[in-house]
Design a protein. Sequence first.
Length: 138
Amino acid sequence: MSIFAARTAAVDTASDAVVIVNGTPAAGRRRGGPVENREFCGFARRIIRAFARRVAGGDVEALRDLVNLRHNLDAAIDDAVVGLRAHGYSWDEIADRLGVTKQAAWGRWSKICKARLTADLSDEAIEREIALIERAAA
């Protein structure tokens, strides 16, 4: 059984209840979603804009740091997609939020998801997944 299959039968650790999505239990899916993400995103956006104004104000040495933020943001998006997939979200759901097709989302992130999930195939990780499946089945 793949890690994705194992995770789709896992128990929601926050409430100890199995969350059903599209007829399938999904691990860790939150009902109603995170509360403060919009505010946090706005805060991050304001910080980046303020940094850009500082660079534009004559700090040419910081231009490289500003450009490097793009790479940090790309890595953060990769982490978010891997996490969403691990929590049972489908490529359709992810693609819908990004305004792209599921094929485009799969093409962009499927290799990253597979590489990260297969990298976590330690004995402890496998035992955790099996325990989650058994709890969900009970």
